[in-house]
Design a protein around this ligand. Structure first.
Ligand code: MTE
Length: 322
């Protein structure tokens, strides 16, 4: 997806990029408002957590941070899911319009077991684990989220990828009837949302497929019924509501890289030393944050997972391969 030569209806880059932090003030206000909104939520909204089916999952302390978790209300009300709108509150407002059961995933490309799989047959609920990961958005906010799911490697092995499959490609549902952000000609994203990983990144033990959070099935706004979670990369790599997985030899074209390649790379590894062209990546605002406690903290290389993943990029110039 390329940014076309600006037609008359073109909306500004600041509106289409996943970074309302474009202006520091706007970013600060957004966080403040999100927190304020969460605090003012009517009881019926907070009851959403109770309405979600619970999942039993064994906590995995080896892959969990002990940092304070971001409250459920922030995790589920301050979202990026452009299929439902570009506002942080749009996904919580509209994602219920998406039907997530039954759900099928098409598996294609260089593997021995391609096919159209029912999600219910792909995920063994007895194998679910809980991992508390940091999530760092490219927009310089972050959260700590208790995900429920399985390692992506355990899913990939079911499909028996061929040695020629050097990359894994993922696609989100494309259904304008259910996803209002995909309707109309004002959207500058070329749907479906697309992401990809190198095979060694995909089978890394930290790479996770989430089907739940906070011990419940995933709320739709967080990418139900299954999404990727790659904790050492900027959040946009963690693609939501996956319907297609393809094994391929060549590096896939991914949504944000195609849209603005000088701003968003294929790798998208969290890196405080490589700034976004329009803002610094040195620090992040950990949610919840508010006027009195904006909760800024230093961003860590690979989002604090350097010991686990730095070897994947040995010898690579991270400023070049951002
Ligand atoms: N996946 C799809 N399909 N569409 C999106 O707009 N946004 C990404 C990522 N996955 C996005 C997506 C971005 S920019 C971030 S930061 C995370 O989802 C946000 O996940 P969360 O809303 O669960 O915090």
């Amino acid at each position: 997806m390329l940014i076309r030569n600006k037609p008359s209806w073109h909306i500004s880059h600041a509106e289409v990029t996943p970074e309302p932090v474009y202006l520091a003030r706007r970013q600060f206000m957004a966080g403040t408002l999100a927190t304020a909104t969460a605090l003012m939520l009517p009881a019926s909204l907070l009851a959403e957590e109770k309405g979600l089916r619970s999942l039993s999952a064994a906590p995995n302390p080896d892959y969990s941070t002990a940092e304070t978790k971001t409250p459920f209300s922030d995790v589920t009300r301050y979202n990026n899911f452009y299929e439902f709108g570009t506002g942080k509150g749009d996904p919580a407002r509209y994602a219920h319009e998406m039907q997530v059961e039954p759900w099928f995933v098409s598996v294609e490309g260089e593997c021995a077991r391609p096919g159209r799989y029912n999600l219910a047959d792909l995920i063994n609920e007895a194998a679910l684990e809980e991992r508390v990961y940091r999530l760092r958005c490219v927009e310089a906010w972050s959260m700590v989220i208790p995900w429920v799911g399985v390692p992506l490697a355990s899913l990939i092995e079911k499909f028996e990828p061929a040695p020629s499959a050097r990359y894994v490609y993922f696609e989100t549902l494309h259904d304008p009837a259910q996803m209002r952000g995909q309707r109309g000609r004002f959207s500058t994203i070329e749907w479906p949302y697309r992401e990809g990983l190198r095979m060694d990144e995909a089978v890394h033990p930290l790479t996770f497929v989430a089907v739940g959070l906070y011990g419940r099935v995933l709320p739709n706004q967080n990418g139900a019924p299954l999404r990727l979670v790659v904790p050492w990369k900027y959040g946009f790599k963690s693609i939501k509501s996956i319907v297609r997985i393809r094994f391929q030899a060549e590096r896939p074209k991914t949504t944000w890289e195609q849209m603005a390649p000088h701003e968003y790379g294929f790798y998208a590894n969290v890196n405080p030393h490589v700034d976004h062209p329009r803002w610094s990546q040195r620090r992040e605002r950990r949610l919840p944050s508010g006027l009195l406690s904006p909760n800024w903290m230093d961003t860590r290389l690979f989002n604090g997972y350097e010991a686990e993943v730095a070897h994947l990029y040995a010898g690579m110039n991270l400023a070049e391969h951002y």
